[in-house]
Design a protein around this ligand. Structure first.
Ligand code: DON
Length: 584
């Protein structure tokens, strides 16, 4: 999982041919009209190219999404799933927000205990590596749906850059070549064949061409239905079944994108628009911000122990609720309005002690607000690697996309004859009550496995609007487009970036660069990236926090809008060397 490995920041800025270089290291990239920020410079270019050709932010987002499936194989994908959040600033939909859910689904043959052995123990890695870990992919359906409903260009136009990159190839940087050594890739012959050249690892500076993937992309561009109903579907299912997986043609044929209302909250003078269930991202983010709205965080310096204490306690409480209540809303009743009410936030705030951590084991949910968490009987059972990118177009429309294969290169399985990797999203379910998943999340019955169900996600594509003086929602202006990978650490990454920018006056590049801190209720540990002063860490310890320090995680690719000039400010995450913020 490359996002959890230690990286040396200094080495990051200069490694890639064509990567954007910034003259002022802590200044964002400024453009007047349009901006794409993504983890790969070629995928950013693909999006910008669409807007130069007259496309809107959705066209750019779809082009970037397909391009990432080629140039960022660890996370960009055709065989995974994700979410797209859109805010329309112009045209008949001005002021509207919408959310496309193209999360993977459990196959119909999935069962609650499918990853347990005869003694009821989780079979190690079965939900993570190999054919059994694969959920029904949603990315192709999601990107095509977005293009056909909200784009201005044709599918062939927005897929052209991806097809070109797959067919002609691109040069691998040091970091990218090293990523292809991942152990889950070397396990599977088809993946080895695709990601190695004649049995040898690619070297930095070599061209990486993907002719089989190019052919698949051409087929999709000509007939997107082929992926779920045609020759691609047949090949994919035959390959998965040969490898021992359970997906069927019927699973693919049943897949559908869900367009859902985003979850919406407020923080000071901002409207927060974010990912609804089956993501936990928006609910947890807004619940934490509701708790924090009662403090004036700006009176403390950014990342001072006093401020971090309040933020960590808000995270602790919101993650406790996440684990107990959240899951696929088509299967479980979620008390969302109660979870996001101001009175509930005030009750949680009252439980936060001055300068003292509340051990998770002693945390008691305020009574009288939420119903008891669902039990197995109340949940319907019938029927790292992720990437985020942000886009704004000349009309002010904003798109935030986070999509994923789950951990780096997903299940490790490349579909034979099709050239794309498949996800291991089944691990986002609770394989066993009380047992942590890959991200240490202990999730409840709400996230148990069931046929057709979408696993609970932490992906948090978020758009923040600044309210107008008369609070007319139609006049609210986009201020931030935010998101990141990082598993359970996604939500706190987004919150960290937002709070530093909104409350502490950091520009978006500084907010993205600042060392991150995370807590998720269980385990009762505060994770700190490298870069916190010793004095801060000692003060946090004296408040009762157990700290785990080291490394870097996630990859926030964000946009801010300068409220005075209207310029777009791109903050690319320099924890990775090959991304770029660019536009015109
Ligand atoms: O949906 C989720 O929450 C996870 N599958 C995301 C995985 C992820 O961010 C991995 N990257 N570090």
């Amino acid at each position: 999982m490359r996002y959890f490995s230690a990286l040396i920041l200094a080495a990051l800025v200069c490694a890639v041919p064509g990567a954007h270089s910034q003259t002022q290291p802590d200044q964002p990239v400024r453009t007047k009209h349009a901006m794409v920020v993504s983890i790969h410079h070629l995928a950013t270019d693909a999006g910008v190219e669409m807007m130069r050709e007259g496309g809107n932010a959705v066209d750019a987002a779809v082009a970037t999404g397909f391009a990432l499936a080629v140039v960022d194989p660890a996370a960009g994908n055709l065989g995974g799933g994700g979410f797209m959040l859109i805010h329309f600033s112009a045209g008949p939909d001005a002021g509207k927000n919408t959310f496309l859910d193209f999360r993977e689904r459990a196959p119909q043959a999935a069962t609650t205990n499918m990853y347990l052995d005869a003694n009821g123990n989780v079979v190690p890695r079965e939900s993570i590596t190999g054919f059994k870990a694969i959920g029904v992919p949603g990315s192709v359906a999601g990107l095509v749906y977005a293009e056909q409903k909200y784009g201005k260009l044709t599918l062939a136009q927005v897929m052209a850059p991806a097809i070109r990159l797959a067919a002609d190839g691109y040069v691998l940087s040091t970091e990218e070549a090293k990523d292809l050594h991942a152990s889950n890739l070397t396990k599977f012959p088809v993946s080895r064949h695709k990601f190695q050249r004649d049995g040898n690892f690619y070297q930095p500076g070599e061209f990486f061409r993907q002719p089989v993937l190019a052919a698949t992309l051409r087929t999709i561009a000509a007939d997107p239905n082929d992926f779920y109903h045609g020759a691609i579907a047949k090949k994919l299912v035959a390959d998965i079944r040969k490898g021992g997986g359970i997906m069927t043609l019927d699973d693919l044929a049943r897949y559908s994108v869900k367009e859902r209302p985003p979850v919406v909250g407020t923080y000071h003078n901002y409207t927060i628009v974010s990912a609804p269930p089956p993501s936990s991202g928006g609910v947890v983010l807004i619940e934490a911000l509701n708790i924090l709205d009662g403090y004036n965080l700006g009176r403390w310096p950014d990342r001072s122990p006093e401020e971090m204490h309040l933020i960590l306690e808000a995270y602790r409480r919101a993650y406790m609720d996440r684990n107990d209540y959240l899951g696929d809303p088509d299967y479980v009743k979620i008390p969302e309005a109660q979870m996001l009410s101001q009175s509930y936030a005030a009750a949680w705030r009252n439980s936060i002690k001055n300068d003292e951590a509340t051990p998770s084991s002693e945390l008691k949910r305020p009574e009288g607000f939420l119903p008891p968490p669902p039990t197995m009987g109340q949940v319907r059972h019938e029927s790292t690697q992720t990437t985020h990118y942000s886009v704004m177009d000349p009309e002010g429309n904003a798109v935030a996309v986070t999509y994923t294969l789950n951990n780096g290169f997903g299940s490790g399985v490349t579909a034979e004859g099709l050239g794309f990797l498949l996800n291991d999203e089944m691990d986002d379910f609770a394989s066993k009550q009380g047992a942590p998943n890959m991200f240490g999340l202990i999730q409840g019955p709400a996230d148990s496995i069931a046929p057709g169900k979408r696993p609970l996600s932490s992906m948090t594509p978020t758009i923040v609007l600044e309210n107008s003086p008369d609070n007319d929602p139609k006049k609210a202006k986009v201020r931030y487009v935010l998101g990141s990978p990082g598993g359970s650490r996604i939500i706190t990454t987004v919150a960290n970036v937002f709070l530093s920018a909104a409350d502490e006056g950091l520009n978006i590049q500084q907010a993205v660069d600042a060392p991150r801190f995370h807590m998720q209720y269980q385990p009762d540990v505060v994770y700190l990236e490298d870069g916190f002063p010793e004095a801060t860490m000692n003060r946090l310890r004296s408040m009762g926090y157990a700290l785990k320090v080291g490394g870097h995680w996630s990859d926030a690719e964000c946009i801010a809008v300068d409220p005075t000039t209207g310029e777009l400010l791109g903050g690319h995450d320099r924890r990775h060397s090959f991304g770029k913020a660019a536009g015109f």
